[in-house]
Every structure is written in structure tokens, then in C-alpha cells.
Design a protein around this ligand. Structure first.
Ligand SMILES: [Zn+2]
Length: 215
């Protein structure tokens, strides 16, 4: 069950008693008032919450993040070390560690993803795996060059992204800019989702004061 591994159990939200109530399955009765929960009114209908996690082996040409140890939902505490990589067009995730370039066929099943290719960029898509292999062959990524703080998985992924941007005629992104624009918004969403998911796992449901109707 791939979807279950990427997001574990899917969260749903329904409204009752002026609360947004999150759970894995809508209960027959509202946990606050005990009344039957039906979708009699549209606003009471349960809505499924998108998981911020994807199976990295099914994401083509993406920048991927996951905790170095364990998984986001089970182990991430907001400060844990993260490991990043780049996916190929066929499910292999390339990353750089103290052992050199790694090509993983598994282990990235619960990742945060930043897609790197605009839709319909066929030329780039066709070249992607070759770019990636050529890039990995550089002496820069030999194991002994690895340095935990200055020459690490992030250096590798960003250098690859910049090599692709250069080939595409665009300017490079620095680490700060890439992180601010593409990574932090997603890790913030992931952190909120993890908190919610764990609360529901622990208590069966989680409620917050109802937000004004979304437009
Ligand atoms: Zn109620």
C-alpha cells in the first residue's frame, strides 16, 4: 500500500459544533455533542487532507528531503538532521554521503518533494538521467571530499540543480535563496501535518476552532 507508506493513514476533516475536527475516519457521532454526524449539510461533509509526503521513488526529476534517520511521521522532531537527494526519471534517488554518491532504489518512500522540471520540458526530461550520471562522475563527489557541514548532500543537490539551470540558460540559485523559496514553505507545511497526524494517532481525533469558510 504505497499511499499508506507515503502519508501513513490519510487524515480527514469535518465540521461540527463550530470545530474543525480531524480524524482518520469520520465517527458515527460527534465527539463533542454526541449527535450523529451526517453530511446533511455541505459544510459537514468530510474533506480529505492532502499529505505533504510523497513516495520519492515515484517522483521524477525532483529534489527530495527526508530525515537522515527514520521517517518524518514517526521520527522527525523539527530539528532532526535531514538528508536530501535528486530523483531520476525511473525511481532512483541520488544523494551524496561520506560514502560517496548513493543510488537508492528504496528508503525515500516518505519524502518532501520539490519538483524541478517545468511541465512539458521534454528535452530536459530526456537528458535528465544522463546529466545526473555525468554529474555524479565528477571527482568533487568522491567519498574523501565529503565534509559534514560544507560539502554535503545539500551541496551536491544544489550544484546539480544549478548545473541544470545553467544548461537551461538560467542563473544559479544560492543555498539561502533555494531554501527560503522552495524548501522552508514545504517543511513548515510538513511540520504542521506531522503535529496533526500524531495528535490524531494519540487521541483518535483533534479539534480546533472552526476556520472561517475557505474561499
Ligand atoms: Zn457536534
Amino acid at each position: 500500500m504505497q499511499a499508506t507508506e507515503a502519508g501513513r493513514r490519510r487524515l480527514v476533516r469535518f465540521h461540527h459544533c463550530r470545530q474543525d475536527i480531524y480524524c482518520f475516519e469520520v465517527p458515527p457521532q460527534c465527539p463533542f455533542c454526541g449527535q450523529g454526524v451526517g453530511a446533511r449539510r455541505l459544510e459537514e461533509a468530510a474533506l480529505s487532507i492532502d499529505s505533504p509526503f510523497v513516495d520519492g521513488h515515484r517522483e521524477k526529476c525532483s529534489f527530495l528531503l527526508k530525515p537522515t534517520q527514520g521517517t518524518f511521521l514517526r521520527d522527525y522532531d523539527g530539528h532532526s538532521d535531514l538528508h536530501v537527494g535528486i530523483s531520476s526519471t525511473h525511481g532512483t534517488v541520488y544523494s551524496y554521503t561520506a560514502l560517496g554518491v548513493q543510488r537508492d532504489g528504496e528508503g525515500w518512500e516518505q519524502s518532501v518533494s520539490v519538483p524541478l522540471l517545468p511541465p512539458h520540458a521534454w528535452a530536459l526530461l530526456n537528458q535528465w538521467d544522463k546529466y545526473l550520471e555525468d554529474f555524479c562522475a565528477a571527482a568533487t563527489w568522491l567519498p574523501h571530499r565529503y565534509e559534514e557541514n560544507l560539502h554535503n548532500c545539500y551541496t551536491f543537490a544544489l550544484a546539480f540543480i544549478n548545473a541544470v539551470l545553467r544548461a537551461d540558460g538560467s542563473g544559479p540559485l544560492d543555498k539561502h535563496e533555494f531554501t527560503e523559496r522552495f524548501v522552508l514553505p514545504r517543511t513548515r507545511t510538513a511540520s504542521k501535518y506531522i503535529t496533526l497526524h500524531r495528535a490524531v494517532e494519540a487521541h483518535g481525533f483533534h479539534a480546533t476552532a472552526m476556520q472561517p469558510a475557505e474561499s
